[in-house]
Design a protein around this ligand. Structure first.
Ligand SMILES: NC(=O)c1ccc[n+]([C@@H]2O[C@H](COP(=O)([O-])OP(=O)(O)OC[C@H]3O[C@@H](n4cnc5c(N)ncnc54)[C@H](O)[C@@H]3O)[C@@H](O)[C@H]2O)c1
Ligand SMILES: NCCCC=O
Length: 369
């Protein structure tokens, strides 16, 4: 019957704002992470409640002030500061919040998703990572060394997509590691306000202790600290940690498996491309992956085989507003930025209009009295 009547229906689709959205963000890149959510949420027509990290709220309050100055109607963007337990958790479980867009650790993401599930509330999750960088034997070693240290030590490794697991072809491993150490020695560690600074302090004492404890566990499990692993001698105060390179790592060690969120690179060697891909995918996470090789067909094979939301060829970390950002596996659900970012805040409504004058005719009409 539907088939016969198909010409009598007109269907179209509306994309509507999803409603009231809670945007919960982390302490790293605090303003960037907020704007990745606030801009598409408001563009989609939603009302937003931004909950920044308790460790980095000020720039988000400044953003609200700028929105006020440009006459964004009051109530459209709201900033709620506070601890995760006091502000983030109630937002996640609130009946009048229609969607949660969360960026933060996988552990907190699980809590947010669990709370949202009680109300079948949609979530998008941008979570942690343990991303690999593969360096093949045909790479230019200095270029590869710079990308490798940039991929892991840029912003102190306090970046979700840090390529913190180096997989290097065994035939070049010794020479490449020497280069990595040389490049690392050249990184200026200082107060970030100093000219030429390339590595500042870790965000907090808690994070500093956590990173140091990962390093000491790795040592006690038999790994070798090839470079760094301690406070730089010239900096007696502040939460500074040297760029750290760790070798003799096994795949069961926590330094290999867990997100450190600090300037710590761990290294394994491989002999074949398949082995490299297997090691790259041997992680619960799936945010990003980088490959350094002159062989573009090999890079293409890697791109297809690696289980991650982002792949970098002959580089690590570039990020563009137009390109989708997000991960697979325990790195999250959904994508931010570009058109994908907008979809996070839209709800799809199918509208079907019966346009015929004819009655349906499925039931026998009752006799007229
Ligand atoms: N995938 C990405 O794009 C991306 C980007 C940046 C950071 N990250 C990840 O963020 C983490 C670092 O940030 P962090 O330490 O601030 O993360 P976090 O999970 O500790 O906190 C993130 C936010 O969640 C809030 N929160 C804490 N408990 C909560 C709860 N029970 N319910 C709701 N909200 C709660 C916090 O107050 C904060 O605002 C790393 O794991 C990093 O990989 C991911
Ligand atoms: N380039 C910004 C990535 C943010 C993740 O931590």
């Amino acid at each position: 019957m539907y088939h016969l009547l198909q010409q009598s229906f007109k269907t179209h689709v509306l994309k509507e704002p999803i409603g009231v959205v809670a945007l919960i963000t982390p302490w790293n890149y605090p303003l960037l992470m907020a704007t990745w959510k606030v801009a598409p949420a408001l563009a989609a027509g939603c009302t937003a409640i931004l909950k920044p990290s308790e460790l980095a709220s000020v720039t988000c309050l400044e953003l609200a002030e700028i929105c006020r100055q440009v006459d964004l109607p009051s109530g459209v963007l709201n900033v709620v500061t506070g601890l995760g337990s006091a502000a983030g958790a109630p937002l996640s479980s609130h009946r009048h919040v229609d969607k949660i867009a969360f960026t933060g650790s996988t552990a907190t993401g699980i809590k947010v998703m669990t709370a949202a599930a009680q109300l079948i509330k949609p979530v998008s999750l941008e979570l942690g990572g343990k991303s690999p960088i593969l360096v093949f034997e045909d790479a230019d070693l200095d270029t590869a060394a710079e990308w490798t240290i940039f991929g892991c030590f840029f912003t102190n490794g306090q970046i979700c997509s840090a390529t913190s697991r180096l997989l290097v072809h065994e035939s070049i491993a010794a020479e490449f590691l020497e280069k990595l150490v040389d490049w690392s020695k050249n990184i200026k560690i200082s107060d970030p306000m100093e000219e030429g600074c390339r590595l500042g302090a870790i965000i907090s004492e808690g994070q500093y202790e956590k990173i140091m404890s990962f390093i000491s566990t790795a040592k006690s499990e038999g790994a070798t600290i090839l470079y760094g692993g301690a406070r730089p001698q010239h900096l007696k105060k502040g939460f500074f940690i040297e760029p750290t390179i760790i070798t003799d790592v096994s795949t069961s060690m926590s330094i290999w498996r867990e997100e450190i969120f600090g300037p710590v690179l761990c290294v394994k060697t491989f002999t074949t491309e398949n082995e490299a891909i297997e090691l790259a995918n041997d992680t619960d996470y799936g945010l990003a992956a980088a490959v350094i090789s002159k062989d573009l067909e090999r890079c293409e094979r890697f791109t297809k085989a690696v289980q991650s939301g982002i792949v970098w060829i002959n580089c690590s970390q570039p990020c563009f507003n137009e390109a989708p950002w997000g991960g697979n596996k325990r790195s999250g659900i959904g994508r931010e930025l570009g058109e994908w970012g907008l979809e996070n805040y839209l709800s799809i409504k199918q509208v079907t209009h019966y346009t015929s004058e004819k009655p349906l005719g499925w039931y026998s009409a009752p006799r007229k009295q």
